[in-house]
Design a protein around this ligand. Sequence first.
Ligand SMILES: Cc1ncc(COP(=O)(O)O)c(C=O)c1O
Length: 396
Amino acid sequence: MFEARFSQQIDRLTHQDHGAWETHDRAVAMKNNGEDVILLCVGDPDFRTPEPIIDNAVSHLRVGRTHYSPALGEMKLRRAVADLETATSKHPCSPSEVAIFPGATNAIYSVMSCLLNPGDEVVIPEPMYVGYPSIMAAIDAKVVSVPLLVEQDFKLDMEAVKAAVTERTRVVFINTPGNPTGSLIGRRELAELAAFCRERNLWLVCDEVYSMFTYSGRHRSLRASSEHLDNVVMVDGLSKSHAMSGWRIGWVVAPQNLIERLGAHAGATLFGCPQFIQDASAFALENDQEYVASMRQDYAERADYVVEKLEKLNGIHCHRPKAGMFVMCDVDGTGMNGREFARALLDAELVSVVPGDAFGPSAKNCVRVGLAQPRPVIKQAVLRIKRFIEALPARS
Ligand SMILES: Cc1ncc(COP(=O)(O)O)c(C=O)c1O
């Protein structure tokens, strides 16, 4: 008789603890059952992909751009990314320093596959984006997380990051603007961290997928901030900035020695992204000022609205995001931790938020409120949260 046996890799992925997603999964099931659930848990933009980008993709489909594409990406998209980098950084960037992937997730996975051996350590500040632990589990790298403190507004703790490095560390992995915290890492800190990593012979990888959604303060890219580029790697993509999550386009900007290896990796695992999607993505990057700015403005207004309203509620303290698509709210004052709060809110008012411990233990008393819903829906959700808080027994 056949006994199905699976790889250790997929066992590691399948047995990850998804407890923090229980409320989210329940919310989605309830919504699919026709219940009037408001989902504030996802990071998928509610905006439609701008019409000119759709038209551009269709026109490229019609002229037959439906064949294989180079493993590292179409030259015109690599050039568009390089031009963007050159425009926003003091270092000129050439297309040979750019590789295209189906989304930032795959870009990060591919980069880490090229940099880490099983058992190697990767230092990551937490709370961190929920996708990171799975990627590291896939390549059997060990995540060494560095807690960022809620009382310090989740600011990067440089000394703690440095102290977490051991002789097994190969990579320090950061995220600015940050998900879930909406905080920014400043130019000086990025420069200091890059110099530290270089001195310790470590790669510094930075996920910048929210780079175009900064509301207060400026986004500083790792590349623009670093003096030397031979150990720095940047990941970005179109999912958030251009409301193109389903198109699956992301990229890596890195030294050529890593790009060449990424080419070998992509050749073995992907064999290129669809031509017409890359064509439209290049068009998107070259013609985007107006609609990116208008989406950014909308998210900023939604964030202001949520912070202003929730901050007034008993027991809730919001961290005003400087960027991104989320507001982190500390709910400790309600007598519940994030998981209890999320569960009770869904039960009582059919609003789904993500408990902070989905992103790491330092955020266990928080919930993440997503902004990827039209304003009337957000308004309705805020009213329900208010009703929920007002119905809680008064705490002394
Ligand atoms: C910080 C961060 N990185 C990466 C991703 C995934 O991006 P992509 O859709 O390009 O794979 C997300 C999505 O939520 C994210 O928040």
